[in-house]
Write a protein that binds this ligand. Structure first.
Ligand code: SAM
Length: 297
C-alpha cells in the first residue's frame, strides 16, 4: 500500500517536506533548471514530490534528498523534472503570432532568405512547433515555394518530448485546429488525432535545459525563437540569463516571440520591441542579411 495513502488529505496536513527540506529541494531545482517554486507554490512541489516518494517507497523529503544525492542523482533528476514541470499547451495557442509572421515578417524574409531556422524553446508535447509547421506548409510554402524551413522543438521534460515525436493528440489539444487542417494533416485514431508524417518530419525534437549554458551556447543562427509561457517559471535572474542566450542565438534582424502575458521589461534592453497591431515581438538589431542563404547554399 502507498505510504502517502496514510497521510491526511487537507492542504495543511499534506506536507511531505519539512521547511528545511523544502528550501533545500527548491534551491536544487532552481540551480539545475531555473524553475523557482515561490512559497505559495509549495503545495505543488509537495504533491509532485509526494508522488515520487510513493513510487520509490521513501518515507519523507529527507530520505528523498538523500536518494537524490546518493549516486541516483542523474536518473532521479530526470524523473523529478518530468514530475514538476507544467506542460500545458495546445495547437494554435497564439494565432496573433502567425498573423504577424504571415503579414509582416515572412514577406521581408522572402526577399532575402532561402532558409529560415526556427526554435520553439520549451515546446512541451510539440503543439507549438507543429502549429508552425502546419501554418508554413498550408499558407506559406505555396506562396514562397523556394523557401525552406527548419523547425527545432526543445524541452527539458523527456516524457513530453516522447509524446511530441509520436504526434498523437487528444481532443483537448486539437480543439482550435481549423477543420480543414484536421482533415488534411491529421489521421483519426479512435478519439485521438495523429499528425501525418509530412508534418511530423518538419520538426526535430531535442532535450535541452534552458539553464544549461553550454547547451544554450551551441544553439546558433536562428531567425526566430519562440519561447512562450516558459520564462514565467523562472526568477528575474534566470530570465535575464536565458534571454541573453536567445539574443546570441539569433541572427542579426532575428525575432524573439514570448507569451502574451509576458514582457521583457526589466529583463533585457538589447532587443527592440516591435508592435504589430496589438502584438509585441522582439527584434535583435541589425540588418536581416542573406547569411543563411550563403551559409547553407
Ligand atoms: C507551459 S509549457 C509551454 C508550452 C508552449 N511553449 C506553449 O506556450 O504552449 C512550459 C514548458 O517549459 C518547459 N520548461 C520549463 N523549464 C525549462 C527549462 N529549464 N528548460 C527547458 N524547458 C523548460 C516545461 O517542461 C514545459 O513543457
Amino acid at each position: 500500500m502507498s505510504l502517502l495513502a496514510h497521510l491526511p488529505q487537507s492542504p495543511q496536513h499534506t506536507a511531505v517536506l519539512s521547511n528545511t527540506d523544502f528550501q533545500q529541494l527548491r534551491q536544487l531545482i532552481y540551480e539545475k533548471t531555473g524553475i523557482y517554486f515561490q512559497d505559495n507554490k509549495r503545495y505543488l512541489l509537495e504533491s509532485r514530490v509526494g508522488r515520487r516518494l510513493n513510487e520509490l517507497g521513501l518515507p519523507d523529503g529527507r530520505a528523498y534528498l538523500q536518494f537524490l544525492q546518493n549516486g541516483h542523482a542523474r536518473d532521479e533528476f530526470r524523473h523529478l523534472i518530468n514530475a514538476i514541470t507544467i506542460n500545458e499547451t495546445y495547437f494554435f495557442r497564439a494565432p496573433a503570432h502567425l498573423e504577424v509572421l504571415e503579414q509582416h515578417i515572412l514577406p521581408e524574409w522572402a526577399r532575402t532568405k532561402r532558409l529560415v531556422r526556427i526554435w520553439s524553446a520549451g515546446c512541451s508535447s510539440g503543439e507549438e512547433p507543429y502549429t508552425l509547421a502546419l501554418f508554413l506548409r498550408d499558407r506559406i510554402q505555396p506562396r514562397y515555394p523556394y523557401m525552406r524551413f527548419e523547425i527545432i522543438g526543445t524541452d527539458i521534460n523527456t516524457e513530453v518530448l516522447q509524446q511530441a515525436q509520436q504526434g498523437l493528440y487528444g481532443e483537448y489539444a486539437v480543439r482550435n485546429v481549423p477543420p480543414t487542417y484536421l482533415q488534411r494533416y491529421f489521421i483519426r485514431r479512435g478519439n485521438h488525432y495523429q499528425l501525418r508524417e509530412e508534418i511530423r518530419k518538419m520538426v526535430r525534437f531535442q532535450v535541452l535545459n534552458l539553464a544549461d549554458m553550454a547547451a544554450m551556447n551551441a544553439m546558433r543562427h536562428f531567425d526566430l525563437i519562440i519561447c512562450a509561457n516558459v520564462l514565467i517559471y523562472f526568477d528575474d535572474n534566470m530570465k535575464r540569463r536565458v534571454v541573453q542566450c536567445f539574443y546570441r542565438s539569433l541572427v542579426p534582424g532575428g525575432y524573439l516571440f514570448i507569451g502574451f502575458s509576458e514582457t521583457l521589461y526589466g529583463i533585457s534592453q538589447a532587443f527592440q520591441p516591435v508592435r504589430f497591431g496589438k502584438t509585441i515581438v522582439y527584434r535583435k538589431e541589425g540588418e536581416a542579411s542573406e547569411s543563411n542563404t550563403q551559409r547553407h547554399g
